[in-house]
Design a protein around this ligand. Sequence first.
Ligand code: BGC
Length: 740
Amino acid sequence: MKIIGIVTGLFIVSASLGAQTPVYLDETKPIEDRVEDALGRMTLEEKIAMIHAQSKFSSPGVQRLGIPEIWTTDGPHGIRAEVRWDEWVQAGWTNDSCVAFPALTCLAATWNEEMAALYGKSIGEEARYREKDVLLGPGVNIYRTPLNGRNFEYMGEDPYLAGTMVVPYVRGVQSNGVAACVKHYALNNHEVNRHNTNVIVDDRTLYEIYLPAFKAAVQEGGAWAIMGSYNLYKDMHCCHNEYTLDRILKGEWGFDGVVISDWGGTHNTDQAIANGLDMEFGTWTNGLHNGITNSYDSYFLAGPYIEKIRKGEIGTEELDEKVRRVLRLAYRTVMDRTRPLGSLCSEAHYAAARKIAGEGIVLLKNDGGLLPMEIHDGSKILVVGENAIKMMTVGGGSSSLKVQREILPLDGIRERFGDKAEIVYERGYVGDVTGEYNGVTTGQDLSESRSPEQLIADAVEAAADADYVIFVGGLNKSDHQDCEDADRTELGLPYGQDDVIEALAAVTDRLVVVNVSGNAVAMPWIDDVPAVLQAWYIGSEAGHAIADVLSGDVNPSGKLPFTFPERLEDVPAHIFGDYTGVASRDTVDIEYKDGIYVGYRWTDMQKKTKPLFAFGHGLSYTEFEYGKPVIDRKEMTSDGTVTVSVRIANTGDREGKETVQMYVGDRKSSLPRPLKELKGFRKVSLAPGESTVVTFTVDEDDLAFFDPDRHEWVAEPGVFDVYIASASDDVRGKVSFELK
Ligand code: BGC
């Protein structure tokens, strides 16, 4: 187990050696020299040990040389509680609670790089304090279908948005000397059959939609680790995939960090040796235990690998390259004695969580300005719905957390309004009452004996004389409701929530629906409900952040990072075929027939169907007026740029933030292209009456598409349109120029 003692031991070794300090321990020497020196001192057995797990979450260092163990942790919303050495059972520590930060969908919805930097720095500090060296996150798989059970761990449907937001997160984490392990690379866009889905996707779609966020994390964020995904691509598991790992990640992108397998994602020694996997974790050890003292020795990159080397079937070139990368990781993290010490559950982290949540909550609808709430002495607020009283930090799979505290929505509302208003709670429906994941329990008793009809009747009765009715529902991270290893089975809300909402809407026009989910949900009642908030899973400060927005203490400024379709039948992944195939043990080929037309790239082209809420949509309690965009020139050469400026003014009566979005469209091209694609955004904060000019620079990269024949990005001469928008379906101005 890694305890400070080992690090201290290292210090003593290094200090006492003085002038004879070996290169690998000499902190004045470049990391690459130290890596080579350490490598040269290691035995074959030590090298093999270093590239696979020794426990559920750690790999051994080289004790003899004073190279410490490497400890990983989930990720990506907080630091997971400790499990036993080799069991998915709680270790029973009392000092492993954490702050739960908002889910990554919420972070993406802030459209604010500063929030991503704050998130990364804060969660990195928690990881560091808990003595972790690798944080298993963030996740940047593209949102292809609203049924994907893990969308809440990702950053939405757009490669540019996800690629922009991931960079400060990675840098922030790594500023603590903790590696970010970006996951799940690549094409892991649903959970059903996740170990045996073989994705068939054309090169253009791969490069334009599914890879850019990973590339940005690696090249701009400088990620030190990446996690191979469970699925297959070109019939090869992505944890040891010649194309994605060897050719693209390490070849084209020049990644110098470690490739870590997803837990149990390694399947084959030869491929694991040859195709770019550096560290094997989580291989299913059941069944390997029998008669073997250390089942980790049976990992694909353990016994079977060393056997091949000993028999002379293979050399050590690949092994040395893997070990080099692991050593580099060690020098960047656990062997960096200058790294900060971190902090856990600090007030600063709670403040960060609340701020990010407040900026990520999206005001979807606000007819008649029902929000923000205006409360007077004697007002009555009725809160309805299980999600108002249910802890949401437990559940969802590996991202489940053991939190030090979690403010529930009902408590947040009570705290904010309780001094003036009478606050009444009604359950409305019963969803998931279990509250347990992996041995961490919420300790909540959510049992309920009333019938569904009675629950609705009680809520309706209480609603009649309420000044506000706040329905807090949605999904809840239980199986099939935004949870790892399973997808949702429908777009609709579960547990009869539509009936509750409709019944409430029939008796009050002061109804606010707060939807807690990581996915789009159907809203058949939308015309009858005046105000809707998309509140995500927002972690420890959920109740505070929701009350901040309901009260107007925080003016909402989140924008959707993915499209809310009206019906599943409007989603291209579903229109063009079966997005998962039937659950199966055999390999299932899934062709991404929707190609590049994911999300708004599809809805933009539809004349008849409109999404319920478009990508980039999000309202404010104030109004913003856009001026006419101005372009600095009408022509651009291939190495040049154009700039587009637009004045934006806050014409309402309260301070607010607006995200100005810039999309670019190619009028005519040799290959079909979307009408427009996001290529820039800027969030500005404006006082009432204030205005500012936002300027975007467009360069050739923003104009290019991936030409699969030439295997390169190509910008074709011709006319391009630059759209300045408040949402993908709310374009406020357009300018054009010609690429010569
Ligand atoms: C998940 C990863 C996670 C790992 C370790 C896997 O099942 O897919 O995201 O980091 O477990 O818990």
